[in-house]
Design a binder for this molecule. Structure first.
Ligand SMILES: [Zn+2]
Length: 59
């Protein structure tokens, strides 16, 4: 299986709705967590997105 086929297999998984989600923290949330520690941690956990690592779509 070469690289191109591998890539296409991954993309077809995404196309059929089988994404590979990862948590992505927003800049605002991270800043708040540092500046207003520990209360800012609430902002950090609210400012989080689940995004697919392969195609970047929100999941
Ligand atoms: Zn995806």
């Amino acid at each position: 299986m070469d690289g191109k086929t591998y890539q296409e297999n991954l993309m077809s998984m995404c196309a059929s709705g089988q994404h590979d989600p990862t948590k992505k923290y927003g800049i605002f949330g991270i800043l708040m967590a540092v500046v207003c520690f520990p209360c800012g941690l609430i902002c950090l956990f609210k400012d989080v997105e689940n995004r697919c690592v392969r195609c970047g779509a929100k999941v």
